[in-house]
Design a protein around this ligand. Structure first.
Ligand SMILES: [Ca+2]
Ligand SMILES: [Ca+2]
Length: 303
Protein backbone atom coordinates (compact mmCIF):
# COMPACT_ATOMS: atom_id res chain seq x y z
CA UNK A 1 0.00 0.00 0.00
CA UNK A 2 2.92 2.32 0.69
CA UNK A 3 4.20 1.76 -2.78
CA UNK A 4 1.55 3.73 -4.56
CA UNK A 5 2.10 6.69 -2.27
CA UNK A 6 5.81 6.73 -2.92
CA UNK A 7 5.04 6.47 -6.61
CA UNK A 8 2.57 9.30 -6.25
CA UNK A 9 5.18 11.48 -4.60
CA UNK A 10 7.60 10.55 -7.34
CA UNK A 11 4.99 11.41 -9.93
CA UNK A 12 4.26 14.72 -8.24
CA UNK A 13 7.90 15.66 -8.10
CA UNK A 14 8.34 14.78 -11.75
CA UNK A 15 5.26 16.67 -12.77
CA UNK A 16 6.17 19.83 -10.92
CA UNK A 17 9.87 20.22 -11.29
CA UNK A 18 11.99 20.57 -8.15
CA UNK A 19 9.39 20.51 -5.45
CA UNK A 20 10.65 20.92 -1.93
CA UNK A 21 8.65 19.46 0.89
CA UNK A 22 7.57 22.18 3.28
CA UNK A 23 5.16 20.21 5.43
CA UNK A 24 4.15 16.55 5.47
CA UNK A 25 1.77 14.66 7.69
CA UNK A 26 1.40 10.91 7.16
CA UNK A 27 -1.33 10.51 9.83
CA UNK A 28 0.30 7.19 10.71
CA UNK A 29 0.06 7.45 14.49
CA UNK A 30 -2.05 9.38 17.02
CA UNK A 31 1.01 11.61 17.62
CA UNK A 32 0.65 12.87 14.05
CA UNK A 33 -2.48 14.74 15.13
CA UNK A 34 -0.80 16.61 17.96
CA UNK A 35 -1.67 20.26 17.61
CA UNK A 36 -4.76 19.57 15.48
CA UNK A 37 -8.11 20.73 16.87
CA UNK A 38 -11.19 18.51 16.54
CA UNK A 39 -14.75 19.83 16.53
CA UNK A 40 -17.61 17.31 16.86
CA UNK A 41 -20.10 20.07 16.25
CA UNK A 42 -23.23 17.87 16.29
CA UNK A 43 -22.02 16.22 19.51
CA UNK A 44 -22.66 12.60 18.51
CA UNK A 45 -19.26 11.29 19.55
CA UNK A 46 -18.32 10.64 15.93
CA UNK A 47 -15.95 12.86 14.03
CA UNK A 48 -12.53 13.21 12.47
CA UNK A 49 -10.10 10.74 13.94
CA UNK A 50 -6.69 9.20 13.40
CA UNK A 51 -6.65 5.45 12.98
CA UNK A 52 -6.50 2.65 10.45
CA UNK A 53 -8.29 3.21 7.15
CA UNK A 54 -11.80 1.78 6.85
CA UNK A 55 -12.82 -0.02 3.66
CA UNK A 56 -15.43 -2.49 2.44
CA UNK A 57 -13.78 -5.85 1.86
CA UNK A 58 -16.65 -7.18 -0.25
CA UNK A 59 -18.55 -8.59 2.72
CA UNK A 60 -18.39 -6.00 5.45
CA UNK A 61 -16.53 -2.93 6.56
CA UNK A 62 -13.07 -3.65 7.90
CA UNK A 63 -9.99 -1.82 9.11
CA UNK A 64 -7.07 -1.69 6.69
CA UNK A 65 -3.39 -1.31 7.45
CA UNK A 66 -2.80 2.37 6.62
CA UNK A 67 -2.69 5.01 9.33
CA UNK A 68 -5.03 7.76 8.15
CA UNK A 69 -7.02 10.80 9.11
CA UNK A 70 -10.59 9.67 8.53
CA UNK A 71 -14.21 10.62 8.90
CA UNK A 72 -16.68 7.77 8.76
CA UNK A 73 -20.39 7.61 9.41
CA UNK A 74 -20.23 3.84 9.01
CA UNK A 75 -19.21 1.63 11.87
CA UNK A 76 -17.01 -1.44 11.55
CA UNK A 77 -18.23 -4.07 10.71
CA UNK A 78 -21.76 -2.74 10.13
CA UNK A 79 -24.27 -0.01 10.93
CA UNK A 80 -24.05 3.75 11.19
CA UNK A 81 -22.92 6.13 13.90
CA UNK A 82 -25.84 7.42 15.94
CA UNK A 83 -26.90 10.81 14.63
CA UNK A 84 -24.88 10.49 11.43
CA UNK A 85 -27.52 12.40 9.47
CA UNK A 86 -26.57 15.56 11.33
CA UNK A 87 -22.81 15.31 10.99
CA UNK A 88 -21.14 18.71 11.02
CA UNK A 89 -17.56 18.07 12.06
CA UNK A 90 -14.37 20.05 11.65
CA UNK A 91 -10.70 19.44 12.12
CA UNK A 92 -8.18 22.28 12.03
CA UNK A 93 -4.45 21.89 11.53
CA UNK A 94 -1.78 23.49 13.67
CA UNK A 95 -0.05 26.52 12.18
CA UNK A 96 1.76 25.68 8.93
CA UNK A 97 4.62 28.05 8.30
CA UNK A 98 5.03 29.03 4.65
CA UNK A 99 7.25 32.06 5.38
CA UNK A 100 10.13 30.22 3.73
CA UNK A 101 8.11 28.91 0.77
CA UNK A 102 7.66 30.52 -2.62
CA UNK A 103 7.03 29.91 -6.29
CA UNK A 104 4.39 27.31 -7.01
CA UNK A 105 3.05 25.89 -3.77
CA UNK A 106 1.08 22.68 -4.02
CA UNK A 107 -1.02 21.03 -1.35
CA UNK A 108 -1.29 17.30 -2.00
CA UNK A 109 -3.75 14.91 -0.43
CA UNK A 110 -3.76 11.11 -0.79
CA UNK A 111 -7.41 10.21 -0.50
CA UNK A 112 -9.27 6.92 -0.32
CA UNK A 113 -12.94 6.05 -0.16
CA UNK A 114 -14.52 3.53 2.15
CA UNK A 115 -17.12 1.93 -0.11
CA UNK A 116 -17.12 1.33 -3.85
CA UNK A 117 -20.45 3.15 -4.06
CA UNK A 118 -18.84 6.33 -2.76
CA UNK A 119 -17.60 7.66 -6.06
CA UNK A 120 -17.02 11.12 -4.69
CA UNK A 121 -14.78 11.85 -1.78
CA UNK A 122 -14.44 15.52 -2.55
CA UNK A 123 -13.86 17.59 0.49
CA UNK A 124 -13.72 21.34 0.87
CA UNK A 125 -10.59 22.75 2.41
CA UNK A 126 -10.61 26.08 4.19
CA UNK A 127 -7.36 27.93 4.58
CA UNK A 128 -7.09 30.66 7.18
CA UNK A 129 -4.22 33.11 7.05
CA UNK A 130 -2.66 34.03 10.33
CA UNK A 131 -2.45 37.79 10.94
CA UNK A 132 -1.12 40.03 13.66
CA UNK A 133 -4.67 40.85 14.77
CA UNK A 134 -5.82 37.22 14.67
CA UNK A 135 -2.89 34.82 14.68
CA UNK A 136 -4.88 31.73 15.68
CA UNK A 137 -8.32 31.13 14.15
CA UNK A 138 -11.25 29.65 16.03
CA UNK A 139 -14.06 27.46 14.74
CA UNK A 140 -16.20 30.53 13.96
CA UNK A 141 -13.52 31.80 11.57
CA UNK A 142 -13.70 28.58 9.57
CA UNK A 143 -17.49 28.53 9.68
CA UNK A 144 -17.44 32.05 8.30
CA UNK A 145 -15.15 30.91 5.48
CA UNK A 146 -17.52 28.04 4.73
CA UNK A 147 -20.59 30.23 4.92
CA UNK A 148 -19.65 33.34 3.02
CA UNK A 149 -16.34 32.27 1.57
CA UNK A 150 -15.13 35.55 2.94
CA UNK A 151 -12.87 36.57 5.72
CA UNK A 152 -9.22 35.96 6.07
CA UNK A 153 -8.69 32.95 3.86
CA UNK A 154 -9.96 30.93 0.98
CA UNK A 155 -11.77 27.74 0.02
CA UNK A 156 -10.36 24.94 -2.07
CA UNK A 157 -11.48 21.42 -2.77
CA UNK A 158 -9.81 18.06 -2.67
CA UNK A 159 -11.36 16.22 -5.54
CA UNK A 160 -10.14 12.74 -6.23
CA UNK A 161 -13.43 11.55 -7.69
CA UNK A 162 -12.12 11.10 -11.21
CA UNK A 163 -9.07 9.03 -10.47
CA UNK A 164 -10.04 6.95 -7.47
CA UNK A 165 -8.51 3.49 -7.60
CA UNK A 166 -10.99 0.61 -7.84
CA UNK A 167 -9.07 -1.07 -5.00
CA UNK A 168 -10.61 0.42 -1.86
CA UNK A 169 -7.36 0.00 0.06
CA UNK A 170 -5.54 2.40 -2.26
CA UNK A 171 -5.37 6.17 -2.35
CA UNK A 172 -5.62 8.75 -5.12
CA UNK A 173 -3.61 11.91 -5.31
CA UNK A 174 -5.41 15.25 -5.32
CA UNK A 175 -3.47 18.46 -5.86
CA UNK A 176 -4.49 21.98 -4.90
CA UNK A 177 -2.54 25.10 -5.89
CA UNK A 178 -2.07 27.29 -2.82
CA UNK A 179 0.65 29.57 -4.22
CA UNK A 180 -1.38 32.56 -2.99
CA UNK A 181 -0.15 31.76 0.52
CA UNK A 182 3.58 32.06 -0.18
CA UNK A 183 5.31 33.73 2.75
CA UNK A 184 2.34 33.38 5.09
CA UNK A 185 1.38 31.29 8.07
CA UNK A 186 -1.75 29.26 7.48
CA UNK A 187 -4.19 26.87 9.12
CA UNK A 188 -6.10 24.22 7.17
CA UNK A 189 -9.63 23.30 8.18
CA UNK A 190 -11.53 20.26 6.88
CA UNK A 191 -15.30 20.05 7.19
CA UNK A 192 -17.28 16.83 7.05
CA UNK A 193 -20.92 17.72 6.83
CA UNK A 194 -24.33 16.70 5.56
CA UNK A 195 -25.07 19.91 3.73
CA UNK A 196 -27.03 18.82 0.66
CA UNK A 197 -27.13 22.13 -1.19
CA UNK A 198 -24.90 25.06 -1.92
CA UNK A 199 -22.17 23.03 -3.49
CA UNK A 200 -20.48 21.75 -0.34
CA UNK A 201 -19.99 18.02 -0.80
CA UNK A 202 -22.02 16.00 1.65
CA UNK A 203 -20.36 12.65 1.18
CA UNK A 204 -18.70 11.24 4.24
CA UNK A 205 -16.48 8.23 4.60
CA UNK A 206 -13.09 9.50 3.65
CA UNK A 207 -9.59 8.24 4.45
CA UNK A 208 -6.69 10.69 4.05
CA UNK A 209 -3.45 8.74 4.06
CA UNK A 210 -1.17 11.74 3.83
CA UNK A 211 -1.19 15.49 3.26
CA UNK A 212 1.82 17.44 2.14
CA UNK A 213 2.80 20.88 0.93
CA UNK A 214 5.52 21.30 -1.70
CA UNK A 215 7.10 24.55 -2.87
CA UNK A 216 9.12 25.16 -6.02
CA UNK A 217 11.23 27.77 -4.24
CA UNK A 218 12.55 27.42 -0.74
CA UNK A 219 14.28 30.33 0.98
CA UNK A 220 17.68 29.57 2.39
CA UNK A 221 17.12 31.59 5.53
CA UNK A 222 16.17 29.46 8.49
CA UNK A 223 12.89 30.28 10.14
CA UNK A 224 12.31 31.53 13.69
CA UNK A 225 14.94 34.23 13.88
CA UNK A 226 16.32 34.89 17.33
CA UNK A 227 15.43 31.48 18.69
CA UNK A 228 17.73 28.53 19.19
CA UNK A 229 17.66 26.28 16.15
CA UNK A 230 18.90 22.83 15.44
CA UNK A 231 22.40 22.74 14.04
CA UNK A 232 24.41 20.32 11.98
CA UNK A 233 27.65 19.95 13.88
CA UNK A 234 29.93 19.16 10.95
CA UNK A 235 28.91 20.11 7.43
CA UNK A 236 29.80 18.75 4.83
CA UNK A 237 29.17 15.29 6.23
CA UNK A 238 31.31 12.25 5.49
CA UNK A 239 29.51 9.30 7.08
CA UNK A 240 27.71 10.40 10.24
CA UNK A 241 25.17 13.23 10.25
CA UNK A 242 25.30 14.81 13.71
CA UNK A 243 22.49 17.13 14.68
CA UNK A 244 22.30 19.25 17.81
CA UNK A 245 18.58 19.48 18.37
CA UNK A 246 16.75 22.74 19.01
CA UNK A 247 15.57 22.69 22.63
CA UNK A 248 12.04 23.40 21.39
CA UNK A 249 11.92 20.01 19.68
CA UNK A 250 11.10 17.07 21.92
CA UNK A 251 13.92 14.61 21.39
CA UNK A 252 11.89 11.43 22.00
CA UNK A 253 9.21 12.48 19.52
CA UNK A 254 11.40 13.86 16.79
CA UNK A 255 11.49 12.22 13.40
CA UNK A 256 14.19 12.79 10.81
CA UNK A 257 13.21 12.90 7.16
CA UNK A 258 15.85 13.39 4.50
CA UNK A 259 15.00 14.67 1.02
CA UNK A 260 17.11 14.93 -2.08
CA UNK A 261 17.11 18.14 -4.11
CA UNK A 262 14.39 16.70 -6.31
CA UNK A 263 12.13 16.86 -3.28
CA UNK A 264 11.91 13.09 -2.93
CA UNK A 265 11.97 11.60 0.54
CA UNK A 266 14.79 9.10 0.63
CA UNK A 267 15.25 8.36 4.32
CA UNK A 268 13.24 8.41 7.52
CA UNK A 269 14.28 7.54 11.06
CA UNK A 270 13.79 8.46 14.68
CA UNK A 271 16.07 11.19 15.94
CA UNK A 272 19.43 10.14 17.28
CA UNK A 273 22.64 12.11 17.75
CA UNK A 274 24.43 10.21 14.98
CA UNK A 275 22.67 9.24 11.78
CA UNK A 276 24.52 7.00 9.39
CA UNK A 277 24.48 8.51 5.89
CA UNK A 278 27.54 6.70 4.60
CA UNK A 279 25.48 4.99 1.87
CA UNK A 280 24.14 8.29 0.50
CA UNK A 281 25.53 9.43 -2.86
CA UNK A 282 27.56 12.66 -2.67
CA UNK A 283 25.33 15.69 -3.02
CA UNK A 284 23.12 18.22 -1.27
CA UNK A 285 20.21 17.11 0.92
CA UNK A 286 17.55 18.64 3.10
CA UNK A 287 17.01 17.15 6.51
CA UNK A 288 13.69 17.83 8.16
CA UNK A 289 13.41 17.52 11.92
CA UNK A 290 9.87 17.22 13.14
CA UNK A 291 8.18 16.42 16.42
CA UNK A 292 4.67 16.89 14.96
CA UNK A 293 4.37 20.30 16.61
CA UNK A 294 7.47 21.90 15.17
CA UNK A 295 9.42 21.22 12.02
CA UNK A 296 12.78 22.59 11.02
CA UNK A 297 14.73 22.08 7.84
CA UNK A 298 18.47 22.19 7.38
CA UNK A 299 20.63 21.68 4.34
CA UNK A 300 23.68 19.47 4.38
CA UNK A 301 26.23 18.30 1.89
CA UNK A 302 27.32 14.69 1.72
CA UNK A 303 30.96 14.42 0.70
CA1 LIG B 1 -20.06 14.36 14.72
CA1 LIG C 1 -0.65 7.35 6.37
Amino acid sequence: MKKIILLSVLFLSQMIFAQFPVWINSFDTPADLQGWTFYDTNGNGNGWTQGQNIYHNGTSLAYGTSGVLRHSINLVPTGNATGFAGENDWIVSPEIDLTNAGGTITLAGYIGRQRSSHASVSRDLYIFVSTFQKPVPGLADFQQLADAQSGNGATYRFSASNNLPSDLTQFAESLVNISAFAGKKIYIGLWSNRVSSGGAPNSQNINIDEMAIYASVLGTKEVKKGKALSKIIENPVSSSLQIKLDAALRENNTTINIYNMGGQQIFKTKYSKNINVSEFPAGTYIVELSDAMISERLKFIKK
